[in-house]
Design a protein around this ligand. Structure first.
Ligand SMILES: [Zn+2]
Length: 300
């Protein structure tokens, strides 16, 4: 028996995310999300890997469950987005002499888990209205927006927020921080000052791909209460969305399909090779490995 992680030079990534997804599935089994749990349990149970000319194995076939909170799918999704943006990065870098790019985080006061869905609806509406504002408040002509939801510091609460990359208009005039807060507050229609963080991006190369790591932390999804609230609020929700310039620049803002999750942004033709190896996830028959009982992707 050959384990995937042994051939991949000790790379545990596939095993780790698959294992995380089993924990999430367990939280959902027997709840109203039982069907989703079943799908997650079957997520990428077998992987066909191409033995590439450079000696590495790269995924060439798998069936992903595409359930919103599946850690394995989320990992592939964020990799695919990363790949997309890296392809257009030179265009963006070329603009940095004339254009300002900003990394912005828009937050709301932590809602109760039971009110997460409502809070998200409000945030999405506020953001949309803000980007459509006709006055000089909103000076960006394009954005990439990632939604992150983490567990709140207080049990029973959670912390939804948007991380955004904004390309500012060519006539952008620097805006003081309190004006950003005022603007977000106005569109949220709240009676407190919500937190907004604004940072000028100096190095697009390292900053831009960073935004795609902002998805839910899987350690948060280990908590059954949070996991169920997250599923209730986020089913069918889009976590990455593009507006203005960025929606023209990148392929589309439609959800990623199976082939996007498989390629994860890599151009497979760069890594030719005609040999394939198939790995299966053994969750029912455990195998003994170095004295420990492990579940792993293994040949066969
Ligand atoms: Zn999945």
């Amino acid at each position: 028996v050959i384990l995937l992680r042994d051939i991949q030079q000790g790379d545990y990534t596939f095993d780790k995310y698959k294992f995380d997804s089993l924990i999430v599935a367990r939280n959902l089994l027997g709840t109203s999300f039982d069907k989703h749990a079943q799908r997650i349990l079957n997520c990428a149970n077998s992987l066909q890997m191409r033995v590439c000319d450079d000696g590495h194995l790269r995924l060439s076939q798998a069936i992903f469950c595409r359930v919103r909170c599946c850690p394995l799918c989320s990992w592939r999704r964020s990799q695919a987005w990363r790949g997309r943006i890296l392809k257009v990065l030179p265009f963006l870098v070329a603009q940095t002499n004339t254009r300002v790019f900003i990394f912005a985080t828009f937050t709301v006061r932590s809602p109760l888990l039971s009110e997460l869905r409502l809070a998200l609806a409000k945030m999405l509406r506020a953001f949309r209205n803000m980007t459509l504002a006709r006055n000089n408040d909103w000076q960006a002509d394009g954005y990439v927006r990632a939604l992150e939801i983490s567990r709140g510091k207080v049990p029973g609460y959670c912390h939804p927020h948007f991380h955004c990359i904004l390309r500012m208009r060519s006539d952008y005039q620097s805006m003081p921080h309190d004006q950003w807060v005022k603007m977000w507050r106005k569109f949220l229609r709240v009676d407190y000052d919500p937190s907004v963080r604004i940072n000028f991006i100096r190095d697009l190369k390292s900053s831009i791909p960073e935004i795609f790591k902002y998805v839910c932390k899987f350690t948060d999804l280990r908590d059954p209460e949070f996991c169920i609230a997250y599923m209730t609020a986020c089913e069918n929700m889009r976590f990455i969305s593009l507006g203005g310039y960025f929606s023209q620049l990148l392929k589309s803002d439609e959800d990623l399909d199976q082939s996007d999750l498989i390629r994860s942004g890599l151009d497979e033709f760069l890594y030719g090779g005609d040999n394939f190896v198939k790995f299966s996830w053994f969750r029912e028959s455990e195998l003994s490995y170095e004295g420990n009982v492990v579940w792993a992707y293994q040949t066969g």
